[in-house]
Design a protein around this ligand. Structure first.
Ligand SMILES: [Mn+2]
Length: 233
């Protein structure tokens, strides 16, 4: 069994499918965890949600997903009418859902499913969450604010403190776009800025092979694929 992680897809259904195919991910055997922010910014938010929901239902033991701050914004809009989401790509995401799911019941089911994902997932080796963890709160009682934690705050936590919180398990996450993936023994940011990074030519979606500590990069501008090794410091 190999372990894979993908995060911050932001509506890139094409990249998602291409990466799974290229890595020859076998979901009957391999594990795949999604780190949230499936939606907003890209061309096919609804398609990404539909595929991930389908994979989780088809392979409940091997495919898992956590919520991101973009799904949280969608939930705040759907449940409380909070309009913040609309200016963060929500308007386009609503159109994407309307086009893919003409039936309102099915549409609602998919949107609410994405909003109801957990804050974290853990296996025997790692804890997976969208942005970070707060060392001041037990793992099972983390505040929803962690979905918005900035990288600076998260990486200023002493490694030992973070590992004490997780029972020694490093944290695999996304949320802040970076060009390279680095591993410091306690945490690893895997968001390569799909449809979001400030340098458009460098926007990419990554598929991280945690078993081999390598990752496939799908650069959206040129639709090119490359393989890299996770850096260490
Ligand atoms: Mn994101």
């Amino acid at each position: 069994m190999r372990k894979f992680f993908m995060t911050d897809i932001h509506g890139d259904l094409e990249g998602l499918k291409l990466l799974l195919k290229k890595a020859e991910v076998q979901l009957g055997r391999d594990q795949l965890v999604f780190g949230g922010d499936m939606i907003n910014r890209g061309a096919d938010s609804a398609g990404v949600v539909k595929l991930i929901k389908h994979l989780m239902e088809q392979y409940p033991d091997n495919v898992h997903a956590v919520i991101g701050n973009h799904e949280e914004m969608m939930a705040d809009y759907l449940v409380q009418g909070d309009k913040l989401w609309l200016s963060h790509g929500g308007r386009e995401t609503l159109k994407s859902f309307a086009a893919r799911f003409p039936d309102e019941g099915v549409r609602q089911e998919h949107m609410m499913w994405a909003c109801s994902l957990p804050l974290y997932y853990e296996d025997g080796e790692y804890v997976y969450t969208h942005a970070g963890l707060n060392p001041g709160q037990p793992l099972e009682q983390q505040d929803r604010d962690i979905l918005w934690m900035n990288e600076h705050d998260f990486y200023h936590q002493p490694r030992a403190e973070l590992l004490a919180l997780t029972g020694g398990k490093p944290v695999i996450h996304g949320h802040t776009p970076v060009e390279r993936i680095y591993w410091d023994g306690a945490r690893m940011n895997c968001d390569l800025g799909s449809n979001t990074y400030s340098v458009p030519d460098e926007r990419a979606l990554g598929l991280i092979n945690l078993t081999e500590m390598t990752y496939l990069v799908y650069k959206q501008a040129g639709k090119k694929l490359e393989e890299r090794r996770v850096g260490r410091y």
